[in-house]
Write a protein that binds this ligand. Structure first.
Ligand code: SDX
Length: 433
């Protein structure tokens, strides 16, 4: 350590060990970190299940300040990107590190468009699923199967192959997601149209049929594009950490993103948008809000207020505020201002935010609280909400995977606090019991 490197000293009250000095690392923003890599030399591990206070990496992609409710992609505030940018530009920013120039953006968008088609044999995978297969189950399977079709872009250690894989994933995940819905409802798959923008194309593949011309409503396409921007990345959340851990072994990019999709599906993570809508439909009426607020506070009841709370945000999730505004715009456009679920959600938010339990535990609406209402109003089925979250987060997963694999990384291999039985000899079965 140089003289200027600040250090943290650990002393042991039982006197069994010498004091340990560890370097303190400072980032460009946010909390400093104690570099605990040297603990192993002292026969010690850091213990932090759920990684509540653990930085798993150094990253320059997304910054969150949970107390202030800030979210920056490569330094740009989410509010500005949601208002002035679009998903393709944000995907390029996250992956390449800078906002693209006009010609760079045109090239990026053009390359993504030319990769949106799937290898035609991939459509056979769908017929192996039950008709009612959840789109996330299909996405885990079909995205993972990309490794069998795109082997010329599966070497994680080849920068050129990484770039092709990034485009293929960004471009094909919307097609795979839309086709999982078409398979659910028994309609033919619709091929992407290069005349459409990214969000427009997804709505086209979701709602069009071969029987008539279909052009997505531009207000809804813009709203969906903004939803994709809001969900594009979020530093080291569970699914991104899953992608990083999978990628640390050198696994191919398609398998890593499939692992991220699997993790995102959980109701405590990306599955919360679907669960929030189911919760609102179950509550059904403003008169029942109190009953559910009490259940959320009851430690003997496993029920949690879906769409509320966050590991990092102890203030309003900035994405939730933008999502609420988007909700207004979409419901306005569709003449659904009296949408009972939106009114119920607003009332639930108000009551929860005034409740001592939620105030004391600093539980606020998160990105999933309003997103389901917006997507439902747009005619997107509940089962597709998390698939759309996965579609958007693919941009962030790619950026995080690229960052991990392109720096001096090591295979992720946490240690443990062992609490099992001590050494003991085998007991033959006739001597047991
Ligand atoms: C996403 O990490 C990310 O960045 C994720 C995400 C992203 O963009 O990638 O932002 C996307 O996943 C948003 C979160 C969506 N999930 C939900 O809306 C599900 C409901 N919320 C929770 O289950 C919970 O808040 C988590 C999972 C989001 C956070 O869990 P933590 O950080 O482990 O917090 P915790 O479970 O330890 O809760 C702390 C306390 C507990 O009470 P005590 O044990 O201290 O008495 O708050 C309580 C919890 O019981 N609590 C809730 C609650 N969330 C937390 N009580 C009622 N309802 C809730 N929603």
């Amino acid at each position: 350590m140089t003289q200027t490197t600040p250090t943290a000293t650990i002393t042991f009250s039982d006197g069994r060990r010498e004091a340990i000095e560890l370097p303190v690392m400072e980032g460009s923003m946010g909390p400093d970190v104690i570099d605990t890599r040297g603990l192993g030399q002292h026969g010690l591990f850091a213990y932090d299940p759920g990684f509540v206070s653990t930085a798993s990496c150094a990253s320059g992609i997304t910054y969150i300040d949970g107390d202030a409710g800030l979210l920056y992609y490569r330094g740009y505030p989410i509010e500005q990107l949601a208002e002035h940018s679009d998903f393709m530009e944000v995907a390029s920013l996250l992956i390449n590190g800078e906002l693209p120039t006009a010609s760079e953006k045109e090239a990026f968008v053009g390359t993504v468009k030319r990769h949106m088609l799937l290898h035609d044999l991939m459509s056979n995978f769908y017929r192996g699923f039950r008709r009612d297969a959840h789109p996330m189950a299909v996405m885990v399977g079909v995205v993972g199967a990309m490794s069998a079709f795109y082997r010329d872009s599966s070497d994680a250690f080849d920068p050129a192959q990484r770039e092709v894989a990034a485009y293929r994933l960004l471009a094909k995940v919307p097609t795979i997601a839309a086709w999982s819905y078409k398979y659910n409802i028994g309609q033919p798959f619709m091929y992407p149209q290069n005349r459409f923008g990214y969000a427009e194309n997804f709505l086209y593949m979701l709602h069009a049929t071969p029987c008539e011309d279909y052009r997505p409503n531009p207000v809804l396409a813009r709203a969906l594009d903004r939803i994709l921007v809001l969900h594009a990345d979020h530093e080291q959340n569970a699914s991104t950490s899953t992608v990083r851990v999978a990628g640390s072994s050198g696994a191919n990019p398609f398998a890593c993103i499939a692992a991220g999709i699997a993790s995102l599906w959980g109701p405590l993570h990306g599955g919360a948008n679907e669960a929030t809508l189911q919760m609102l439909e179950e509550i059904g009426d403003v008169s029942r809000i109190g009953e559910y607020i009490n259940r959320a506070k009851d430690k003997t009841d496993a029920f949690r207020l879906m769409g509320f709370g966050h590991r990092v945000y102890k203030n309003m999730d900035p994405r939730a505020a933008i999502m609420r505004q988007t909700c207004h715009e979409v419901l306005d456009e569709l003449g659904l201002n009296d949408d009972p679920l939106f009114k119920l959600a607003r009332k639930l938010e108000k009551i929860a935010l005034e409740d001592e339990y939620f105030i004391q535990k600093r539980l606020y609406p998160n990105v999933d609280f309003y997103s389901g209402i917006v997507m439902r109003a747009m005619g997107i089925p509940n089962s597709m909400f998390t698939a759309i979250f996965a579609l958007a987060r693919t941009a962030g997963w790619i950026a995080q995977w690229q960052e991990m694999i392109s720096v001096e990384h090591r295979i992720a291999r946490p240690r443990q606090l062992y609490v099992g039985p001590g050494r003991r000899d085998f007991v033959p079965i006739e001597q047991r019991g």
